[in-house]
Design a protein. Sequence first.
Length: 362
Amino acid sequence: MSHNSIGHMFRVTTWGESHGPAIGCVIDGCPPLIPLTVAEIQTELDRRRPGQSRFTTQRKEPDQVRILSGVFEDDRTGGPVTTGTPISLMIENIDQRSKDYSEIRDRYRPGHADFTYDAKYGVRDYRGGGRSSARETAMRVAAGAVARKVLPSVNIRAALVQMGEQSIDRDRWDWDTVNENPFFCPDAKAAERWEGYLDGIRQAGSSVGAVIEVVADGVPPGLGAPVYGKLDQDICAAMMSINAVKGVEIGNGFEAGRIRGEDNADRMRQGNDGAPVFLSNNNGGVLGGISSGQPVVARFAVKPTSSILTPVETVTRSGEETDIMTKGRHDPCVGIRAVPVGEAMMAIVLADHYLRHRAQNG
Ligand SMILES: Cc1cc2nc3c(=O)[nH]c(=O)nc-3n(C[C@H](O)[C@H](O)[C@H](O)COP(=O)(O)O)c2cc1C
């Protein structure tokens, strides 16, 4: 009923609000005896952490994760390993500044969740958006780090491929470049251009949207279950559950609606090892809801940050018309920090399907 969990066999539940004392998650169903250290989770969290460049929120959160349960170490385990019991992870909120948010106590930010939370619950933690704040996505990234350990042969990476009207040149795609610029951009030239572009947006008190591409290499064929547990269906739901995501596509996505069958078909040839070789990957590694063994490719669109310094029309809780200008610390392009979140959601869905496939097919 409350929908704070995702997954069936690898089940993640998150809890906490932006300005509460802490946020956390519980992962139930992680297999035992998987080596797992705090450092492995921290590495992923550090990629999403706020305040790392002038292009993300200046909220200073160290995001130090603690493992509260589900991991054990003694002289026989050879290091910390999962025990098969619920893994509970927690991060303390350090840098809350409730006063920054006093003006949204009674006024709804257009494009944010303020009005709908009030309409649904009749009560709202307005401090930083409470549960609707993307602070919650830190726990997705933490859980994603554990999910990656369930899938040691799968490599999940993501990149920002479009910021506002500015796209990358796909011919210049270089995965090594992704972690060398503040945007997770795979095209070094585009990343250079985006610095000036986003500075302009930020200084104008505005914000801009983005498109992120997530690629999972090494996914074995067979993950996903027709007809209501399709792999692509679950990936889309997981990506769409990320704050501010407004569109998701798999493979060539909406382009498939514009091209002909012979151009869209992923033609096949017989490989030397007996497995077929696909000559393209328009279907994004999923056929009939089941992974084909090709890279699984998803893309999602993130809307521009709705908390902006530009005044916009709104109404108050008591029904008066007014304008709102949201001060406080906001990302001018929330798509940037959504990149590690997209990777995490892909990892969580793939880990869940991997365990579900193993349960049914051995
Ligand atoms: C990493 C990340 C950071 C975000 N930071 C902000 C922010 O600083 N200000 C804001 O208005 N929205 C921010 N958002 C988006 C809101 O959380 C989101 O728009 C809001 O919860 C309403 O949900 P919806 O856009 O999915 O409908 C962020 C989203 C992500 C993914």
